[in-house]
Ligand binder design. Structure first.
Ligand SMILES: Cc1cc2nc3c(=O)[nH]c(=O)nc-3n(C[C@H](O)[C@H](O)[C@H](O)COP(=O)(O)OP(=O)(O)OC[C@H]3O[C@@H](n4cnc5c(N)ncnc54)[C@H](O)[C@@H]3O)c2cc1C
Length: 348
């Protein structure tokens, strides 16, 4: 078989590498730098903790596959520091973990089990011991090395079914494949019909004050009282990365990237200044990305004939699982089941 993968982000590269391992002839089209768009930056949070038991189970499978990748890469791709979810959603997420049979613990603020940069937060804290820091920098090296010459630097203009196969057009070139998988992130909706709303998002890194204890756990805060919800974790050594659920009106697509980044930077820095005494409120690095405000945590698959596409939010933690799943489905013509919030069930 000959299969095209459109997009060389973490999902596309994982899929292309899984196809290669099945002995399938694959071309992975990437318009820019591999893992240079939504997969940019050095770290992300891994967590089993989700609102839905099926997502917890899938994350557990992905964690096992990350361990296999780490063996192959010769370096840990997820640092085992654990993840903590505090505030409004902690109890609901704990129930989903219990239903899925995942190890977890619910504690109150001030528990000695918490190694967070702040202890004054509301509500219980859900400890997810299988969570940790995903080393995106190491994953990039691993996947780019594994894909080798099968990475094709080209922007795909169209993916069309023809009687002889799937035609992929990139500028003046057109090639025909037995099947195609679209994993183009922000570019997917231009190639196949999926929800296309977009917002800007910013994660900012701050220096950890000298002498502060390391390592910290990853931390997801979900306060109920209108305060900024955040995700936070150790990024590069000595730096603490913080992203936030900034009000949609401040980060809208129409408002533009510059205004969205500025508003996010101000809110995140004010949050750090008020709540994180171990961190200097001095921004030293940032990662911008786009996301779909209508999607929560969930995995979505669409098939149109021999063309399969996937989309969703927070996909880094599912990369090895998505790669294996998409490779299998592309080869056998099946459509993987959606997972997560029921209202996002497939319409295809
Ligand atoms: C700041 C930030 C924090 C995040 N936190 C987490 C987290 O804690 N945990 C987690 O699991 N996830 C997290 N995520 C989300 C996660 O990083 C993304 O969901 C994931 O990287 C998406 O990968 P992707 O391959 O789908 O998309 P991308 O990385 O965007 O890859 C798509 C690729 O397709 C290419 N492309 C697009 N159109 C075309 C075309 N027409 N032709 C050829 N190539 C094309 C693009 O150049 C791009 O490289 C975070 C993301 C950001 C930015």
């Amino acid at each position: 078989m000959k299969i095209a993968v459109i997009g060389g982000g973490v999902v596309g590269l994982s899929t292309a590498v899984a196809l290669l391992r099945q002995g399938i002839d694959v071309q992975c089209y990437e318009a820019g730098e591999p893992m240079g768009e939504r997969s940019a930056g050095d770290t992300r949070i891994f967590r089993l903790a989700h609102a839905f038991p099926d997502m917890v189970e899938l994350a557990a499978r992905s964690r096992t596959l990350f361990a296999e990748w780490s063996e192959l890469a010769g370096t840990p791709l997820v640092e085992d520091v654990g993840t903590v979810v505090s505030g409004a959603h902690a109890a609901e997420w704990a129930t989903a973990m219990a239903t899925a049979g995942a190890a977890h613990e619910v504690v109150e603020a001030g528990s000695p089990l918490l190694r967070l940069p702040a202890r004054d937060f509301s509500g219980p804290a859900l400890i997810d011991p299988a969570g940790g820091v995903i080393r995106v920098d190491r994953i990039r090296t691993f996947l780019v090395g594994a894909i080798g010459t099968r990475l094709r630097p080209a922007h795909v203009d169209a993916v069309e079914e023809t009687p002889s196969g799937v035609r992929v057009t990139a500028g003046p070139d057109a090639s025909t494949f037995d099947a195609a998988v679209i994993c183009a992130g922000e570019g997917t909706s231009a190639l196949i019909d999926i929800p296309s709303a977009l917002e800007h998002h910013l994660r900012v890194s701050y220096p950890i004050r000298p002498g502060a204890p390391e390592p910290f756990q990853c931390w997801i805060t979900k306060p109920a009282d209108g305060e900024l919800g955040t995700y936070q974790h150790l990024a590069a050594p000595g730096t603490w990365a913080v992203g936030g659920d900034v009000d949609s009106s401040l980060v809208s697509w129409a408002g533009g990237r510059e205004a969205a980044e500025q508003a996010s930077l101000e809110l995140l820095t004010a949050y750090v200044s008020e709540h994180l005494p171990f961190v200097e409120p001095r921004p030293i690095a940032r990662v911008h990305c786009t996301h779909n405000p209508d999607l929560e945590d969930g995995l979505h698959f669409v098939r149109r004939g021999r063309v399969l596409a996937t989309y969703g939010e927070n996909l880094m933690k599912f990369a090895p699982l998505l790669g294996a799943t998409l490779a299998q489905a592309a080869a056998d013509g099946s459509t993987p089941a959606n997972a997560g919030p029921p209202r996002h069930e497939a319409t295809a």
